[in-house]
Design a protein around this ligand. Structure first.
Ligand code: PLP
Length: 422
């Protein structure tokens, strides 16, 4: 029986057998004991299933992968050491030097640097496109070597909602997978695979963990993309490092995610630690309850700020005044826990406001149960040029607020007193 998502948050990924621990245990072991050398040989040849070494898989990490995969509706998931590792792995699993990626220009600043700078060093070029542009303009960025389209379901920090219908049509037209970073929305608020995405990535560090304890990432394979030998030979042709296995032939619709683990995780080692997986798994048991409260509190903060005389503008897709309101109603009706706004008086006023907050914390983070603010232009996005900041939707005065789970009146009181100082 397919349970509803609230039940999947609690029970997904771990089903205790008779007399087993009710709570998913932490298996803090690097390795696994075997008594049959033939069987271990089969593990190495990918002919048998089992844990062999925790760089590649571990029972606790596996339970977390299964929970996230169940919620996202994929055919398989792979947890990695960070959100950055998830983006990197998701793309280099299908891109070779000489290949090209189309990415939305409003992606998280760290992703922008990773794709725009570090990927260039790997020989993979990236064109950033404005997701609001027409399909014709976006398609003009494509090359014969384009291998993927990358975008965020709910962008950080500009909180734009992805037009899935448009991006899914673009991916079909180019015959490349649509990879969607679903970090800010979480699978509780939005399931990109239901809207035409082929691969989903996460920084589990954010709302999935939700308690600011554990850096991590995850990749989920929807299993629907048809990998062709012409475009994605490494998925189809025999892999000499596994005695000639063809991923598509052996693992069918799970070819992509099996290759990401057995090839990239084995060789590059960006493994999620079992302890972090344990923390994320337990935190996700309350994801649905937390996300509902994050969304309610963020909606209330957005409405409060919109009506405040010292606020210049507020961006939150749950506001009727938002240009993304219609898209949010379609894809992310509970519009998430993150919003941005500008205090009248620009960058200096933003600093005064932030420095006078008492309850809300100045931290480089989103998705925590404590209300968190930061100033993207001087912090997360400070490597970006003024032009890149503008195209990413990051105004110099922008304050990003990740609304936490405190009592809403306490949050509003803190914002009120800090605004009085501006
Ligand atoms: N993707 C998004 C949307 C993010 O907000 C972040 C981090 O803020 C990342 C990816 C990178 O994740 P991590 O910090 O876990 O590497």
């Amino acid at each position: 029986m397919a349970y509803k998502k609230e039940t999947q948050c609690i029970h997904g990924g771990y089903a205790p057998s008779e007399g087993a621990p009710q709570v998913m245990p932490l298996t803090q072991s690097t390795t696994y004991r075997y008594y049959n050398s033939d069987f271990v040989g089969k593990l190495f040849d990918l002919e048998a299933e089992g844990h062999m070494y925790s760089r590649i898989s571990n029972p606790t990490v596996e339970a977390t992968e299964k929970k996230i995969n169940t919620l996202e509706g994929g055919v398989g998931a792979l947890c990695v050491s960070s959100g950055q590792a998830a983006t990197t792995t998701a793309l280099i699993n299908i891109c070779e030097p000489g290949d090209h990626v189309i990415a939305a220009c409003n992606v998280y600043g760290g992703t922008y640097n990773l794709l725009g700078t570090t990927f260039q060093k790997f020989g993979i070029t990236v064109d950033f496109v404005d997701p609001n542009n027409s399909s014709e303009i976006i398609l003009a960025a494509a090359k014969p070597t384009t291998k993927a389209i990358f975008a965020e379901s709910l962008s950080n920090p500009s909180t734009n909602v992805l037009d899935f219908e448009k991006f899914s049509a673009l991916s079909k037209a180019l015959e490349v997978p649509l990879i969607v970073d679903n970090t800010l929305a979480t699978p509780y608020l939005c399931r990109p695979l239901d809207h035409g995405a082929h691969i989903v990535t996460h920084s589990t560090t954010k709302f999935l963990d939700g308690h600011a304890t554990s850096v991590g990432g995850c990749i989920i394979d929807g299993g629907t993309f048809k990998w062709t030998q012409e475009k994605y030979p490494k998925l189809v042709e025999p892999d000499p490092s596994y005695h000639g296995v063809s991923y598509t032939e052996r693992f069918k619709e799970a070819a992509y995610i099996v290759k990401a683990r057995t090839h990239l995780l084995r060789d590059l080692g960006m493994t999620m630690s079992p302890f972090n997986a344990y923390m994320v798994h337990h935190a996700m048991e309350t994801l649905h309850v937390r996300m509902d409260r994050h969304c309610d509190n963020a909606q209330a903060v957005a409405e409060f700020l919109e009506a405040h005389a010292k606020i210049d503008w507020v961006k939150y897709p749950g506001l009727k005044s938002s240009p993304d309101y219609e898209l949010a109603q379609k894809y992310i009706p509970k519009a998430g826990g993150v919003l941005s706004f500008g205090v009248k008086g620009g960058r200096d006023a933003a600093a005064v406001f932030i420095d006078n907050l008492k309850l809300c914390s100045l931290v480089v983070h989103v998705g925590d149960l404590r209300t968190s603010v930061l100033h993207p232009a001087s912090m997360t996005h400070r490597q970006m040029s003024a032009e890149a900041l503008a195209t990413a939707g990051v105004a110099p005065e922008m304050i990003r607020c990740s609304v936490g789970l405190e009592n809403i009146n306490d949050i509003l009181e803190d914002l009120t007193q800090a605004l009085q100082e501006v």
